[in-house]
Design a protein around this ligand. Structure first.
Ligand code: ZN
Length: 468
């Protein structure tokens, strides 16, 4: 589909190819437009919600571009000039844009029914760049089920009306953050690379996106509560305050093995990036764990009334570190367990899939997959990259779905999939839904039904090195 036809599809709400006679949207629309009958062409659901002049201009231009001989068609420079005028016309009436809600079937025109992927070109041509980016980052179910609205800021996906306000605010603050684009790109990449378990990584990602339910964020969502820090009651509980500037947090940083002093007025994103990129891997690991433990301690105070003790938090972080990468004397049991797991080519099956997701620069997400046969030989290794920006847990779920699709494609009917994402593995095995990955997990379950035997198993991240 080319650009002019896209515009006609959007304004009329008709499919580009029509069954019967006339067989194309151009043949149907041209005579009506020549008669000056704009009202019968425009999608009834758009009436009163768009600028009539703009409609005439765009449709007229689109139709002229489809003339059968090149002499009748305008040159590209004329088209661009006219389109610019249309854009100016539209931007003079911003209120029109605010109330423009495209009818549902326009969205389906944006999905290619054969590949079951977004029609990237069409989405990019049709929407503003930031909107196009968000649309393309929504994973599409391979089953193309009926549309359903979920609120992925809540675990159960239930919509929270008052938080629409919050979303707008967050969008604005994200724009400010995005202005230091390269820095944010680096931050996402470093969070993905962080040498910590997935639950800590997911926490860091949510912190980076400022979607943790701190009191300041809840108040922005419209929740009627006091926004003061529950630890010190002296400032609003923003992420900057909670993780850096609260005096109890500052004591925690200082009491930790990092012995860190928090610089005044540093935003948490910069602090996070500095901590993640410090030269010493163990230092970066401790940094991440401390951030996470500060959040846990805060939750313990809010929900269990347990007082925050900076020294105890610093100790807990160290205990957790020992669990993560024990020295030979510290925790033989864990080490043995890891050694046993590492020595095995994983649970035996004719084919074992290792999969892992990762973040690339420019808001791209990538996946690696390695398939072993029973004798431990690599049958296939593959990489995939998509220009989408999704949270780690969703990326991992898409990775597992990709393995299942590959298994079906290669006719491997008895498989084991190894992932380091505990949430994804438990969702598939227990059928307990988590809103943000639910659609993809449902796809996975249907794909599993097409295979003879599928085991999806969890492995600690540093053991899943094959897929990295
Ligand atoms: Zn405080």
């Amino acid at each position: 589909m080319d650009l002019p036809i896209n515009y006609i599809v959007i304004y009329t709400g008709l499919p580009a190819v029509i069954k019967g006679n006339p067989s194309t949207i151009i043949e149907l629309v041209r005579p009506l437009l020549e008669k000056g009958d704009l009202n019968t062409i425009i999608d009834p659901r758009l009436k009163g919600k768009f600028d009539v002049n703009l409609g005439w201009k765009v449709l007229g231009l689109a139709i002229s571009c489809t003339a059968s001989t090149s002499i009748q068609r305008p040159t590209m420079s004329v088209v661009l000039t006219e389109l610019k005028q249309c854009v100016n016309l539209e931007s003079t009436s911003t209120s029109e844009r605010d109330i423009f809600v495209p009818p549902r079937h326009i969205y389906s025109a944006l999905i290619d029914p054969d590949t079951k992927q977004w029609n990237r070109q069409l989405v990019v041509q049709t929407f503003y760049p930031d909107e196009a980016k968000q649309i393309l980052s929504i994973p599409i179910s391979q089953r193309l089920p009926a549309d359903k609205i979920i609120w992925h800021y809540e675990r159960d996906g239930e919509f929270f009306v008052r938080s629409a306000h919050h979303l707008l605010k967050q969008h604005n603050s994200r724009d400010v953050a995005a202005s230091s684009g390269q820095q944010m790109n680096n931050l996402w990449r470093e969070i993905w690379k962080a040498p910590v378990p997935n639950r800590v990584r997911n926490f860091l990602w949510r912190l980076g996106k400022n979607i943790l339910p701190t009191r300041a964020n809840l108040v922005r969502k419209g929740v009627q509560i006091e926004n003061l820090c529950p630890q010190c009651h002296s400032a609003p509980e923003t992420i900057d305050h909670l993780f850096l500037h609260c005096h109890l947090t500052q004591l925690t940083w200082f009491a930790s093995q990092l012995g860190a002093r928090v610089p005044q007025s540093m935003p948490v994103h910069i602090w996070l990036l500095q901590g993640l990129t410090c030269d010493d891997t163990r230092g970066a690991q401790l940094f991440c764990v401390l951030m996470w433990k500060i959040w846990n301690a805060r939750n313990n105070l809010v929900f269990n009334n347990k007082l925050v003790d900076p020294i105890a938090i610093a100790h807990e972080a160290m205990y957790f570190m020992q669990e993560l990468s024990p020295s030979p004397h510290e925790n033989n049991a864990t080490l043995m367990q890891d050694a046993v797991l590492a020595a095995q080519p994983m649970p035996s099956a004719p084919h074992v899939f290792y999969v892992d997701g990762g973040c690339f620069s420019g808001n791209a997400t990538g996946w690696g997959m390695v398939i072993y046969n029973q004798s431990g030989h690599v049958v296939l290794s593959a990489c995939r990259k998509e220009l989408i920006d999704v949270e780690p847990v969703l990326a991992e779920a898409i990775g597992v779905r990709w393995c299942l699709q590959k298994a079906i494609e290669l006719n491997m009917t008895d498989i084991v999939i190894v992932s380091d994402a505990a949430t994804v593995v438990s969702c598939i095995n227990s059928n307990k839904p988590v809103a943000v990955i639910d659609l993809v997990i449902q796809d996975c379950n249907l794909l599993i039904e097409q295979l003879d035997s599928v085991v999806v198993t969890h492995v600690r991240r540093h053991l899943n090195v094959v897929a990295h």
